[in-house]
Design a protein around this ligand. Structure first.
Ligand SMILES: [Zn+2]
Ligand SMILES: [Zn+2]
Length: 241
Protein backbone atom coordinates (compact mmCIF):
# COMPACT_ATOMS: atom_id res chain seq x y z
CA UNK A 1 0.00 0.00 0.00
CA UNK A 2 1.56 3.37 -0.98
CA UNK A 3 1.93 6.09 1.67
CA UNK A 4 -1.25 8.22 1.29
CA UNK A 5 -1.43 11.97 0.83
CA UNK A 6 -4.17 13.56 2.99
CA UNK A 7 -5.05 17.30 3.11
CA UNK A 8 -5.94 17.13 6.86
CA UNK A 9 -2.52 15.70 7.59
CA UNK A 10 -0.82 18.47 5.58
CA UNK A 11 -2.74 21.10 7.55
CA UNK A 12 -1.64 19.46 10.82
CA UNK A 13 1.95 19.38 9.56
CA UNK A 14 1.78 22.99 8.41
CA UNK A 15 0.53 24.13 11.85
CA UNK A 16 3.43 22.40 13.59
CA UNK A 17 5.83 23.63 10.88
CA UNK A 18 4.78 27.23 11.50
CA UNK A 19 5.98 26.85 15.10
CA UNK A 20 9.45 26.06 13.71
CA UNK A 21 9.53 29.62 12.33
CA UNK A 22 9.06 30.99 15.83
CA UNK A 23 11.28 28.46 17.58
CA UNK A 24 14.07 27.15 15.30
CA UNK A 25 13.98 23.37 15.66
CA UNK A 26 16.56 21.19 17.38
CA UNK A 27 17.08 17.57 16.37
CA UNK A 28 15.15 15.28 18.73
CA UNK A 29 17.96 12.74 18.68
CA UNK A 30 21.15 14.82 19.08
CA UNK A 31 20.04 18.40 19.80
CA UNK A 32 21.71 19.83 16.70
CA UNK A 33 20.06 22.99 15.38
CA UNK A 34 18.32 23.00 11.97
CA UNK A 35 15.67 20.28 11.87
CA UNK A 36 13.55 18.14 14.21
CA UNK A 37 15.27 14.98 13.04
CA UNK A 38 18.70 15.07 11.34
CA UNK A 39 20.08 12.69 8.73
CA UNK A 40 22.88 11.54 11.09
CA UNK A 41 20.35 10.41 13.69
CA UNK A 42 18.20 8.81 11.00
CA UNK A 43 21.24 6.81 9.88
CA UNK A 44 21.79 5.51 13.43
CA UNK A 45 18.28 4.06 13.85
CA UNK A 46 18.31 0.33 14.67
CA UNK A 47 15.24 -0.64 12.65
CA UNK A 48 13.56 -3.89 13.65
CA UNK A 49 14.80 -6.58 11.28
CA UNK A 50 13.12 -9.87 10.42
CA UNK A 51 12.89 -12.62 11.57
CA UNK A 52 10.60 -11.62 14.39
CA UNK A 53 7.94 -13.34 16.52
CA UNK A 54 4.74 -13.58 14.42
CA UNK A 55 2.65 -12.19 17.27
CA UNK A 56 4.67 -9.83 19.49
CA UNK A 57 7.25 -8.76 16.88
CA UNK A 58 10.25 -9.46 19.14
CA UNK A 59 13.40 -9.94 16.98
CA UNK A 60 14.41 -13.61 16.90
CA UNK A 61 16.90 -15.93 15.21
CA UNK A 62 14.10 -17.76 13.34
CA UNK A 63 10.51 -16.85 12.48
CA UNK A 64 7.57 -18.38 14.36
CA UNK A 65 6.48 -17.66 17.90
CA UNK A 66 8.74 -16.57 20.73
CA UNK A 67 8.79 -18.51 24.00
CA UNK A 68 6.34 -16.13 25.71
CA UNK A 69 3.76 -16.06 22.92
CA UNK A 70 3.79 -19.86 22.53
CA UNK A 71 3.51 -20.28 26.31
CA UNK A 72 0.87 -17.62 26.96
CA UNK A 73 -0.64 -15.92 23.89
CA UNK A 74 -1.23 -12.17 24.35
CA UNK A 75 -4.69 -10.67 23.83
CA UNK A 76 -3.57 -8.61 20.81
CA UNK A 77 -3.27 -10.29 17.41
CA UNK A 78 -0.04 -8.56 16.40
CA UNK A 79 2.46 -6.01 17.65
CA UNK A 80 5.00 -4.33 15.41
CA UNK A 81 7.51 -1.55 16.10
CA UNK A 82 9.74 0.64 13.97
CA UNK A 83 13.04 0.51 15.86
CA UNK A 84 14.93 -0.67 18.91
CA UNK A 85 14.75 1.67 21.91
CA UNK A 86 18.35 2.82 21.60
CA UNK A 87 20.48 5.82 20.60
CA UNK A 88 18.69 8.75 18.93
CA UNK A 89 15.27 7.02 18.95
CA UNK A 90 15.47 6.58 22.72
CA UNK A 91 16.62 10.18 23.11
CA UNK A 92 13.79 11.51 20.90
CA UNK A 93 11.15 9.55 22.83
CA UNK A 94 12.57 10.80 26.14
CA UNK A 95 12.54 14.37 24.77
CA UNK A 96 8.91 13.97 23.70
CA UNK A 97 7.85 12.36 26.96
CA UNK A 98 9.81 14.09 29.70
CA UNK A 99 11.21 17.32 28.21
CA UNK A 100 8.09 18.73 26.56
CA UNK A 101 9.45 18.59 23.01
CA UNK A 102 5.92 17.97 21.77
CA UNK A 103 6.69 18.59 18.08
CA UNK A 104 8.48 15.22 18.09
CA UNK A 105 5.08 13.47 18.07
CA UNK A 106 4.70 14.41 14.42
CA UNK A 107 8.33 13.52 13.60
CA UNK A 108 8.05 10.10 15.23
CA UNK A 109 4.69 9.35 13.60
CA UNK A 110 6.25 9.44 10.12
CA UNK A 111 7.99 6.04 10.31
CA UNK A 112 4.78 4.53 11.71
CA UNK A 113 2.86 5.73 8.63
CA UNK A 114 5.35 3.91 6.40
CA UNK A 115 5.32 0.81 8.62
CA UNK A 116 1.51 0.72 8.71
CA UNK A 117 1.28 1.03 4.92
CA UNK A 118 3.83 -1.78 4.48
CA UNK A 119 1.89 -4.04 6.86
CA UNK A 120 -1.43 -3.57 4.98
CA UNK A 121 -3.50 -4.15 8.15
CA UNK A 122 -7.26 -3.58 8.00
CA UNK A 123 -8.25 -1.42 10.97
CA UNK A 124 -11.27 0.79 11.69
CA UNK A 125 -9.94 2.94 14.49
CA UNK A 126 -6.75 4.12 16.20
CA UNK A 127 -6.57 4.33 19.99
CA UNK A 128 -3.55 5.80 21.78
CA UNK A 129 -2.62 4.10 25.08
CA UNK A 130 -4.18 6.43 27.69
CA UNK A 131 -2.43 7.96 30.68
CA UNK A 132 -4.07 8.04 34.09
CA UNK A 133 -5.75 11.30 35.15
CA UNK A 134 -2.99 12.24 37.62
CA UNK A 135 -0.14 11.50 35.16
CA UNK A 136 -1.92 13.46 32.42
CA UNK A 137 -2.38 16.42 34.74
CA UNK A 138 1.26 16.34 35.78
CA UNK A 139 2.65 16.02 32.21
CA UNK A 140 0.01 18.12 30.50
CA UNK A 141 -0.23 15.88 27.44
CA UNK A 142 -0.21 12.24 26.43
CA UNK A 143 2.76 11.44 24.16
CA UNK A 144 0.86 8.49 22.62
CA UNK A 145 -1.87 10.91 21.44
CA UNK A 146 0.79 13.16 19.88
CA UNK A 147 2.01 10.17 17.85
CA UNK A 148 -1.40 8.61 17.10
CA UNK A 149 -3.14 11.76 15.89
CA UNK A 150 -0.85 12.61 12.92
CA UNK A 151 -0.67 8.89 12.07
CA UNK A 152 -4.48 8.75 11.99
CA UNK A 153 -4.76 11.91 9.86
CA UNK A 154 -2.16 10.59 7.44
CA UNK A 155 -3.77 7.18 6.90
CA UNK A 156 -7.32 8.57 7.18
CA UNK A 157 -8.52 6.36 10.04
CA UNK A 158 -10.30 7.96 13.02
CA UNK A 159 -8.32 8.47 16.24
CA UNK A 160 -10.61 7.95 19.26
CA UNK A 161 -9.09 9.18 22.48
CA UNK A 162 -12.25 8.27 24.43
CA UNK A 163 -12.28 4.61 23.41
CA UNK A 164 -9.96 3.48 26.18
CA UNK A 165 -9.35 4.83 29.70
CA UNK A 166 -6.83 4.08 32.41
CA UNK A 167 -9.03 3.47 35.42
CA UNK A 168 -6.23 3.35 37.95
CA UNK A 169 -2.73 4.79 38.13
CA UNK A 170 0.09 2.32 37.58
CA UNK A 171 3.69 2.67 38.68
CA UNK A 172 6.45 2.89 36.07
CA UNK A 173 7.23 -0.52 34.54
CA UNK A 174 10.97 0.21 34.67
CA UNK A 175 12.90 -2.32 36.77
CA UNK A 176 9.97 -4.75 37.17
CA UNK A 177 10.00 -8.44 36.21
CA UNK A 178 7.49 -9.70 33.63
CA UNK A 179 5.09 -11.00 36.31
CA UNK A 180 5.35 -7.72 38.25
CA UNK A 181 4.64 -5.79 35.04
CA UNK A 182 1.54 -7.90 34.35
CA UNK A 183 0.30 -7.41 37.92
CA UNK A 184 1.02 -3.69 37.68
CA UNK A 185 -1.26 -3.16 34.66
CA UNK A 186 -3.87 -5.88 35.27
CA UNK A 187 -7.38 -4.35 35.06
CA UNK A 188 -5.83 -0.89 34.72
CA UNK A 189 -7.81 -0.14 31.51
CA UNK A 190 -11.46 0.04 30.61
CA UNK A 191 -12.80 0.38 27.07
CA UNK A 192 -15.94 2.24 25.96
CA UNK A 193 -18.27 -0.38 24.50
CA UNK A 194 -20.22 2.12 22.35
CA UNK A 195 -17.00 3.18 20.61
CA UNK A 196 -15.04 -0.07 20.24
CA UNK A 197 -17.69 -2.78 19.87
CA UNK A 198 -17.28 -4.77 16.62
CA UNK A 199 -14.36 -2.58 15.55
CA UNK A 200 -10.88 -3.60 14.47
CA UNK A 201 -8.62 -1.51 16.69
CA UNK A 202 -5.04 -0.32 16.28
CA UNK A 203 -3.50 0.62 19.64
CA UNK A 204 -0.57 3.05 19.41
CA UNK A 205 2.11 3.74 22.02
CA UNK A 206 5.64 5.14 22.15
CA UNK A 207 7.56 2.14 23.52
CA UNK A 208 6.82 -1.55 24.07
CA UNK A 209 8.95 -3.23 26.73
CA UNK A 210 7.37 -6.46 27.88
CA UNK A 211 4.14 -5.63 25.97
CA UNK A 212 2.24 -6.15 29.27
CA UNK A 213 0.60 -2.71 28.93
CA UNK A 214 -0.55 -3.38 25.34
CA UNK A 215 -1.80 -6.82 26.40
CA UNK A 216 -3.86 -5.23 29.19
CA UNK A 217 -5.28 -2.65 26.72
CA UNK A 218 -6.17 -5.41 24.26
CA UNK A 219 -7.90 -7.45 27.00
CA UNK A 220 -10.05 -4.47 27.97
CA UNK A 221 -10.93 -3.79 24.32
CA UNK A 222 -11.89 -7.40 23.57
CA UNK A 223 -13.95 -7.51 26.76
CA UNK A 224 -15.87 -4.47 25.48
CA UNK A 225 -16.61 -6.24 22.20
CA UNK A 226 -13.76 -5.16 19.89
CA UNK A 227 -13.40 -7.54 16.95
CA UNK A 228 -9.61 -7.51 16.82
CA UNK A 229 -6.71 -5.59 18.38
CA UNK A 230 -3.32 -4.98 16.81
CA UNK A 231 -0.60 -2.66 18.11
CA UNK A 232 2.08 -0.35 16.76
CA UNK A 233 4.84 1.36 18.71
CA UNK A 234 7.71 3.58 17.69
CA UNK A 235 10.23 1.50 19.59
CA UNK A 236 10.71 -1.62 21.61
CA UNK A 237 13.36 -2.60 24.09
CA UNK A 238 15.73 -5.38 23.08
CA UNK A 239 15.67 -7.02 26.52
CA UNK A 240 13.92 -10.38 26.68
CA UNK A 241 11.38 -11.03 29.41
ZN1 LIG B 1 20.29 14.42 15.18
ZN1 LIG C 1 6.21 -13.25 20.84
Amino acid sequence: MPVPDRPAYHLYRWLWGSLDLLFPPLCGGCGRRGSNWCTDCDGQVNKIQYPICDICGQPRKVSGLCFHCSDDKPSFTKLRSWALYKGPVREAIRNLKYRRNVSLGLVLSNPLVKLFCDLCWDVDMILPVPLGVARLKERGYNQAVLIARPLALNIDIPCETQGLHRVRETRSQVGLTLNQRRDNVRNAFKATKEIVSNRRILVVDDVATSSATLDACASALLEAGAEDVSCLTIARTSEQF
